[in-house]
Design a protein around this ligand. Structure first.
Ligand SMILES: [Ca+2]
Ligand SMILES: [Ca+2]
Length: 204
């Protein structure tokens, strides 16, 4: 092969290699100035409490639905599998929760920038949308930052705790790179009471 062709080919290969080696945003959070807008868009809540009872009634979630839900959480695309289960007619018959809560940006262990989550008219729902109430701008995203969310089912007398989950900075960086509302599975942090958090994040 002529020398100039060999050099051109080598250049192409190096360019391709450099392209592949572009660092993930999660790996440069402490070396680059990454500033982000973050929004908790929605959450997906289990149709029953961890003990199988419905959020507001006395009935138990039918065992068939509970089994389908448990299996859906293990599938390759768990979010869409869970959404399918939540749409089943049998599930529609049990009392749903009235979610509300608080969310924070955690910075080096300190809770900051609290946001109150309310669904307004969306009572009795397992899929609350937070209507842009849980939004943070100008968040300096380094490895010491997390998003923390505490949710409860509002009741007349004694609210039912739903759970607390946190998303670390690497997860938030992955959400930025996805370029969409990213459904993060949080069920293992909440005794499978809160299943997914839909989060949008973009670099400013
Ligand atoms: Ca309740
Ligand atoms: Ca309630």
């Amino acid at each position: 092969m002529p020398g100039h062709l060999r050099e051109a080919l080598l250049g192409l290969c190096l360019t391709a290699l450099c392209g592949c080696a572009k660092p993930r945003l999660a790996d440069v959070l402490d070396s680059e100035n990454v500033v982000a807008t973050i929004e908790l868009v929605d959450t997906t809540i289990a149709p029953a409490k961890a003990d199988g009872r419905s959020w507001d009634g006395m009935e138990h979630l039918p065992s068939g639905i509970a089994g389908m839900l448990a299996e859906a959480l293990t599938l390759e695309d768990p979010y869409h599998a869970v959404v399918d289960v939540l749409g089943a007619p049998l599930h529609q018959q049990i009392e749903k929760p009235d979610p509300k809560g608080t969310a924070w940006i955690v910075r080096n262990g300190r809770l900051t920038e609290a946001r109150t989550l309310r669904v307004g008219d969306q009572i009795d729902t397992c899929t609350p949308r937070w209507n842009r109430t849980a939004r943070w701008e100008h968040v300096r995203l380094d490895s010491g930052v997390r998003l923390r969310v505490e949710l409860i089912d509002a009741d007349v007398a004694f609210d039912d705790p739903m759970g607390t989950f946190e998303l670390d900075a690497r997860t938030l960086a992955t959400i930025i790179e996805s370029g969409r509302v990213y459904q993060v599975q949080v069920s293992e942090q909440t005794q499978k009471q809160v299943l997914f958090a839909g989060v949008s994040a973009s670099r400013e």
